[in-house]
Ligand binder design. Sequence first.
Ligand code: MF3
Ligand code: CO
Length: 290
Amino acid sequence: MKKPERNDPCWCGSGKKYKKCHADFDEKIDHFRRLGCEVPTREMIKTPEQIEGIRESGKINIAVLDYVAQHIGAGMSTEDIDRLVHSKTLELGAIPAPLNYEGFPKSVCTSVNDQVCHGIPDESVILQEGDIINVDVSTIYKGYFSDSSRMFCIGQVSPEAKRLVEVAKECVEKGLEQVKPWGFLGDMGQAVHDHAKANGCTVVEEIGGHGVGLEFHEDPFVSYVTRRGEEMLMVPGMVFTIEPMVNAGDADVVMMEDDDWIVYTADGSLSAQWEVTVAVTETGYQILAY
Ligand code: MF3
Ligand code: CO
């Protein structure tokens, strides 16, 4: 990428001279590039203004999930959850990002038990006592995207299901602890899969997190089956999701022939997932949606 001259305005749009703004930052990234590290492109680095926009979107995402948390329960269909998400999102002045996204037919993903992700809300899927469900909400507000998901236990669930849900949440927390500038996405990925493994669980390889903010899914792809010191360099201004899919059994996943979306565990074991949208800051990280 072409660099401005030192007295030119900075590429970030701050209006400051390049030498007083991102010159040192670019130099640091070049240093890592010369070492052979994968480094982010400028498109992956958000301005403070853009991060505020994503944060506002994230506040709505959180409010919608809080609303779901207040109402979800046995006897409700996943279609009912779709209605809750759709109406609450519109009431808050935003748009549900999943609706019509690459043909996705609903406003939210609802993945029950052995469904790993991208579950499609359905009138005939009725939540039963003992089910675990991931509700994955994504919001567009004033052009900014946010994305987060939570697990819900319906009534009393088995100790194994309860533990899986906890482990999946802990995996996200372990990953977050590793988010800091000038570290690597692999530091986060390794922390996630080490914790899953230590608890007898596996992490899905084929599907992962992503950059987010100006689009629903941006680069980079964020894997959790990665190693410390590898994958992309994390720099201030990057915004991405941490959303490992944690299985009680094997890591393998399958899709059914009759739809293009819902992903299941291959062995029928339970799967759980929590998702955050996180921004890398000068000192560590900030959660923009949870
Ligand atoms: N919300 C999912 C994610 O975490 C993506 C869902 S795509 C959809 O990335 F079309 F199914 F909504
Ligand atoms: Co996501």
